[in-house]
Design a protein around this ligand. Structure first.
Ligand code: NDP
Length: 335
């Protein structure tokens, strides 16, 4: 198997020195195991946290270890009842081209129901993040305004479309005119705006005439700063991600805004609740599989994928994602 390892912890943006490549032979199959040829690797923003030794909700990848990640693999050899060569499975094999895993630790995929890559995106972890975070914490009501950034990504695009299914008005924020156009034309957002535009704050004001009831927080940074000035009383803020901060090496410049923001939380009765998606697996997992499966099959929820060829390009593609180079769910076609 060809493997991408963490070579050195990045300061700021990950670069070529962050990762290294090696080749190893895999162990012989034991009873209960399957051998996988990895077809697709998911690249996700949370991986930036794993590159860092800072305390977080999950342990960091150690220097010299294979980078972690969700994968779709094809069974090439099986000593596990219920899986046979040719079967496609969801595994957590990380950044490598082949793996040997316990058959109980993978989920068999049905390629006739949906393309297998959707198990890494709209029908997988990112889609579930949007579904559970929006419905459980955001709780959009009919006629309310829901705002989300990174809105062409797998989480944001699902947030906007689910909000509309629930009768809310969806406002999407993305970087650059091509992505902004896709928000209304492809994903059906009611309004779309560019966080890089010089008049972003004015655009946001125009797009949210009735204020904001739910802000699904994916990015932090300047977007949050603008959005918080448009929040309504009793607004809900599921805090899902802060991708604008992931490469920061120092505190943002300018005055500390915490006291002002806490005052706003108090006087506007805001609900702010962070979450890591897997806390909702038990409570929302089954409903997600059923409802999201139906929405995707019927075209009510659309998705976009950005497929990069070759495991050797994973590191650069990952770094690019944190800058917004990806357009849709970023996956690597491994082989
Ligand atoms: P995306 O595919 O949307 O990729 C990240 C996007 O963030 C970029 O494409 C870019 O889009 C945007 N971005 C980067 N920097 C900035 C910035 N400074 N300001 C505004 N936008 C920026 O990723 P995902 O959909 O996979 O993830 C979205 C968020 O959800 C992330 O924060 C991630 O960490 C979080 N997440 C959290 C989970 C949880 O359990 N809590 C689980 C899964 C994801 P653009 O070009 O449009 O600016």
């Amino acid at each position: 198997t060809t493997q991408i390892l963490l070579a050195q912890r990045p300061v700021g943006e990950p670069d070529a020195a962050t990762f290294s490549t090696t080749t190893r032979s895999l162990p012989e199959l034991e009873e209960g195991q399957v051998a996988l040829a990895i077809r697709y690797l998911s690249l996700d923003p949370y991986m930036r946290g794993r590159l860092s030794a800072a305390k977080s909700y999950a342990a960091p990848v150690e220097i010299g270890d294979v980078m972690v990640g969700g994968t779709v693999g094809e069974v090439v050899e099986s000593r596990f009842d219920g899986l046979a060569p040719g079967d496609m499975v969801l595994s957590y094999s990380g950044w490598q081209s082949a793996d040997v895993v316990d058959g109980r630790h993978v989920r068999k995929l049905d390629p006739t129901l949906a393309p297998v890559t959707t198990a890494l995106g709209v029908l997988g972890m990112p889609g579930f993040t949007a579904y559970a975070g929006l419905l459980e914490i955001g709780r959009p009501k009919e006629g309310e305004t829901v705002v989300v950034a990174a809105a062409t990504g797998p989480v944001g695009s699902a947030v906007g479309q689910i909000a509309r299914i629930k009768g809310a008005r969806a406002v999407g924020i993305a970087g650059g005119p091509t992505k902004v156009r896709a928000l209304t034309e492809e994903f059906g957002f009611d309004a779309a705006l560019d966080h890089r535009a010089p008049d972003f704050r004015d655009q946001l004001k125009a797009a949210t005439p009735d204020g904001i009831d739910v802000y699904f927080e994916n990015v932090g940074g300047g977007v949050f700063d603008a959005v918080r000035r448009r929040l309504n009383t009793y607004a809900r803020i599921p805090v899902c991600g802060l991708v604008a901060n992931y490469n920061l090496t120092s505190q943002p410049e300018g005055p500390d805004q915490l006291a002002g923001f806490m005052g706003q939380v108090l006087t506007q009765s805001l609900t702010i609740r962070g979450f890591i998606q897997d806390e909702f697996t038990r409570s929302h997992g089954r409903d997600f599989v059923r409802e999201m499966g139906e929405w995707v099959a019927s075209g009510q929820v659309r998705y976009r994928e950005d497929v990069v060829e070759g495991l050797e390009n994973a590191g650069a593609a990952f770094a690019g994602m944190l800058r917004g180079d990806n357009f849709g769910k970023l996956v690597v076609k491994v082989s």
